[in-house]
Design a protein around this ligand. Structure first.
Ligand SMILES: Cc1cc2nc3c(=O)[nH]c(=O)nc-3n(C[C@H](O)[C@H](O)[C@H](O)COP(=O)(O)OP(=O)(O)OC[C@H]3O[C@@H](n4cnc5c(N)ncnc54)[C@H](O)[C@@H]3O)c2cc1C
Length: 449
């Protein structure tokens, strides 16, 4: 059934009216594709900006069936609308976990592949597509195609990180990872400033998981103060007697909810400064070891439903960039001081050191430091982010498309070495731009007409 309704993604900006359909069978999918001049697939809408928005939106949430699982190898096949939440609920009790997961479990398998998401283990496990063996795609001309590294290899690579522009991913086959327990042996370490946190990342390269929360409004000798979280999957022998009763305990659904949009004035540079100071000082010791369940470790924000409403009705955006490791120290210092001078810091800014991974068309990670920050939508934001772009480009970096809502075409072309090649393939696959989003109309359209 087709519904015309207001739609936005996680940042609640932009808010548009769109024709929305949630088909459950091939015939209805193909009819929607052929009847729509321009359309984009959508999973859980957890991308922040306009990647999953268009005037026709095809939701995959009714494509939610598991198709096959091999207990010996961990190879799973499922429809693309199955969520990571569904997978964890079913497979953690059997001793299997996702190989790579973003900071929320409320994403679909199709959305994870289309954005080629990364997690806290990027430096050891790469991105989600590294664990995908094959998938099926309905292309803009309504053909159904199998894609893998052996079959339709180019389409395979274009679709991993291709932001839904190559067609609709309908099923995915990928490999889960074995776990002995549902717990992580975590070490939280305080770093007084940027030099300390950079050294900590360098010395944590052998840890499976690592990331840090960083206070982007701290200045002077405290600039870059952070708390690093690094960890390993815990073994059965490491659990205490209580946890050993149910070592493969799955997560519960969070009960907290933000029921309405906060008034926009509540979130300002003062409230961010107070929150950041509180967060940094709540840990007294230099280092704290603990055994934590995977849910708070990977998905701390999932505990509060609709937390995106704290940014108010006008919404917010996330700006995530990466700069090469060799420019990390200087680049981060320059960018953090740019943010601090303009009082534009965000809550819970996340810093991570990505591992080495070859470029693949629109894939985001490169070996280097990545910083993800949330900013509420306000008039001064756009000029501020233009300034951020200049600095990111100066230090050889780029910005993540799945968080983006305002990237310019020239910036994409200059910062992603294979963006031009992607655009050429996109043009020949999709001459009428049938699969297109508000984002692709901004970053690819002008040369096509
Ligand atoms: C709290 C939070 C934390 C996050 N943490 C991380 C993180 O640590 N690392 C990271 O990499 N990302 C992170 N993200 C971003 C998120 O993982 C990605 O945006 C992901 O793609 C969202 O999946 P989704 O199912 O909601 O897809 P949507 O948001 O619905 O769509 C995202 C893109 O995928 C395309 N798409 C969706 N389904 C299909 C399909 N079946 N076929 C073809 N294209 C499709 C859409 O067209 C769109 O371009 C985070 C997001 C949130 C809200």
């Amino acid at each position: 059934m087709l519904v015309n309704k207001e739609m936005s993604n996680w940042g609640n900006f932009p808010l548009i009216r769109a024709d929305f359909s949630e088909p459950s069978d091939r015939a209805a999918i193909k009819a929607f594709i052929s009847d729509s001049e321009h359309l984009i697939p959508r999973g859980m809408g957890r991308c922040y900006g306009d990647s999953a928005l268009q005037n026709h939106i095809l939701s995959t949430l009714k494509l939610h069936c598991f198709l096959a699982f091999d207990e010996n190898t961990g190879i799973i096949s499922c429809q693309s609308g199955v969520t990571f939440d569904d997978i964890l609920s079913v497979f953690v009790p059997r001793g299997w976990f996702l190989p790579v997961t973003p900071g929320t479990k409320f994403v679909t398998v199709g959305g994870a592949l289309a954005s080629d998401v990364h997690g806290k283990n990027h430096h050891t496990k790469g991105t989600f597509s590294d664990h995908v063996l094959s998938f099926q795609l309905i292309t803009p001309d309504a053909k159904e195609v199998n894609c893998s590294r052996e079959e339709n290899e180019l389409l395979f690579r274009l679709t991993c990180g291709g932001m839904g522009l190559t067609g609709l991913i309908t099923t995915v086959t990928f490999k889960l990872q074995r776990i002995e327990t549902a717990y992580i042996r975590q070490e939280q370490i305080k770093a007084k400033n940027l030099d300390e946190i950079i050294s900590l990342f360098e010395e944590s390269a052998s840890y499976t998981y690592s990331m840090a929360w960083i206070d982007c409004l701290s200045k002077g000798k405290n600039m870059g103060r952070s708390i690093m979280m690094r960890g390993e999957n815990a073994t059965l022998a490491e659990l205490d007697n209580g946890k050993r009763q149910n070592p493969l305990k799955t997560h519960q659904q969070g009960k907290l909810n933000v029921p309405f949009y906060f008034p926009s004035f509540m979130l300002n540079s003062l409230s961010v400064k107070i929150f950041n100071a509180f967060y940094y000082h709540k840990q007294w010791q230099k280092s704290v070891m603990s055994l934590v369940h995977y849910d708070p470790f990977y998905y701390p924000l999932d505990a509060i439903h609709n937390w995106n409403r704290i940014y108010g009705k006008n919404g917010f955006t996330q700006y995530q960039f990466v700069i090469p490791k060799e420019n990390g120290r200087d680049g981060l210092e320059a960018i953090i001081s740019y943010i601090g001078k303009r009082n534009m810091g965000s809550f819970l800014t996340v810093l991570k050191l990505f591992g080495n991974q070859p470029d693949n068309f629109l894939r985001f990670p490169m070996e280097g430091y990545t910083l993800a920050m949330d900013f509420k939508i306000q008039p001064k934001l756009w000029a501020f982010l233009d300034g951020m772009d200049e600095m990111v480009q100066k230090y050889g970096g780029r910005v993540y498309l799945t968080k983006d809502v305002r990237m310019r075409k020239d910036f994409l072309m200059q910062t992603y070495p294979q963006a031009k090649a992607f655009e050429q393939h996109y043009q020949s696959l999709n001459p009428d731009r049938k699969f297109s989003s508000l984002q692709s109309e901004r970053i690819f359209k002008s040369d096509l007409i």
